[in-house]
Design a binder for this molecule. Structure first.
Ligand code: NAP
Length: 347
């Protein structure tokens, strides 16, 4: 009877025990008192917790794992970060052309193989007592305790703020051509923006849509020359200069956009089934806005990955003044790991 009861208790704890086994975050103590099995989960203080799983976080994880620090990465809402939405990366050294998904999957596999642990959850707060460990509550209700924390939460897509943008979000308005583009095969679509992302989205969409209108607010693109040529040489892409989107409209999904020429004020209407917004990004820094120093745009002020709080480090697109490229984020991740090693060594 007692045996059966113990099995039942053990079964109820199995999920947590498996979690402990794989994530190595708790020490489990089982005590039998008067025939009852009592389970105690004592949280282990990790040496490094990494928040964010883009190139900065994953590179830091690879370096820290190889240094024997057994880092724990909390992957966040979109494991792999922004590159997961990138069709092809052509400027990451060592790869002439690789999809964003493949690049990030490679990094995640490499980190795990080196000894890092990835937790598919989201950090919802950072608490600490001066000199003490950081406490990171997760959205699942779980908690992480760590001696140091690396913020590598990156950036997210910006909105243009026109009428209908939120209303038709996921009903024709998208921020990811790789994810949603194939739904618009043979149709007309619009891409908003003039940077490298907008160019890549437009070129990708031109492969299978009927026509791509690329709408930019100025008379020259911000994208680099190499990318610009791809647009100028593609006869399925029509550039509409000096224009802004006033309204996105339709019934069940997007059918039409109204655009205004910023030079002469004229308003025209375009029939499109999809609108892809690619007007840059903003930092994902809500988590740390009352924790570390931020610049006026909300990016973390960090010197050589060191933030204003000892023990909290920052790397990648979240850092003020960073180049916002996968390779520079990866480089900062490596620097952060080294800095954290030094920080831990001096404690
Ligand atoms: P970005 O370079 O900041 O370009 C944003 C574009 O959107 C600009 O053309 C900007 O216009 C326009 N824009 C901004 N706010 C707008 C608004 N409210 N309404 C209309 N248009 C607006 O952003 P990104 O293209 O996402 O690129 C971000 C970084 O990643 C860049 O450093 C880029 O080089 C890099 N990247 C590299 C690759 C690659 O494979 N090499 C791919 C993607 C991104 P203005 O030009 O007038 O400011």
């Amino acid at each position: 009877m007692l045996g059966l009861y113990s099995i039942f208790i053990f079964y109820t704890h199995i999920k947590k025990i498996m979690h402990c086994f794989f994530h190595r975050r708790y020490v489990i103590i089982v005590m039998y008192i008067s025939g009852y099995a009592l389970f105690f989960y004592i949280p282990m203080t990790m040496k490094i917790a990494i928040i964010g799983s883009g190139p900065a976080g994953m590179t830091a994880a690879i370096y820290a794992a190889r240094a024997g620090l057994r880092p724990l990465i909390v992957a966040g809402d979109s494991p792999g970060g922004q590159l997961i939405n990138t069709d092809s990366v052509e400027n990451y050294p060592g790869f002439e052309r690789i999809s964003g998904v493949d690049l990030m999957m490679n990094m995640m596999r490499q980190a795990e193989k080196a000894g890092a642990t990835i937790v598919y959850d989201k950090v919802v707060g950072i608490d600490w007592i001066s000199g003490g460990p950081f406490k990171l509550p997760l959205s699942s209700g779980d908690n992480i305790e760590s001696c140091s924390t690396l913020i590598a939460t990156g950036a997210r897509h910006k909105y243009i703020g026109c009428e209908g943008e939120s209303l038709f979000s996921n009903r024709g308005v998208s921020w990811c051509a790789t994810c949603d583009g194939p739904m618009y095969r043979g149709k007309n679509v619009a891409v908003i923006g003039g940077g490298n992302t907008a160019v890549m989205e437009a070129v990708f969409l031109a492969n299978f849509t009927n026509k791509v209108f690329m709408i930019h607010r100025r008379d020259s693109l911000r994208a680099d020359n190499f990318a610009q040529k791809k647009v100028f040489n593609n006869d399925k892409i029509e550039l509409i200069w000096n224009s802004e989107v006033l309204r996105i409209s339709g019934s069940k999904s997007v059918e039409n956009i109204e655009i205004k020429n910023r030079l002469d004020g004229s308003i025209t209407s375009l029939d499109v089934a999809g609108v892809f917004i690619a007007v840059g990004t903003e930092p994902v820094s809500d988590l740390v806005k009352n924790v570390v120093c931020l610049d006026e745009d909300g990016y973390i002020v960090a010197k050589n990955t060191l933030t204003s709080v000892p023990g909290i480090f920052a790397a990648g697109d979240i850092v003020s003044g960073s180049l916002r490229q996968a390779i520079s984020a990866a480089g900062q991740g490596a620097v952060a790991s080294r800095q954290i090693e030094e920080f831990l060594g001096t404690r």
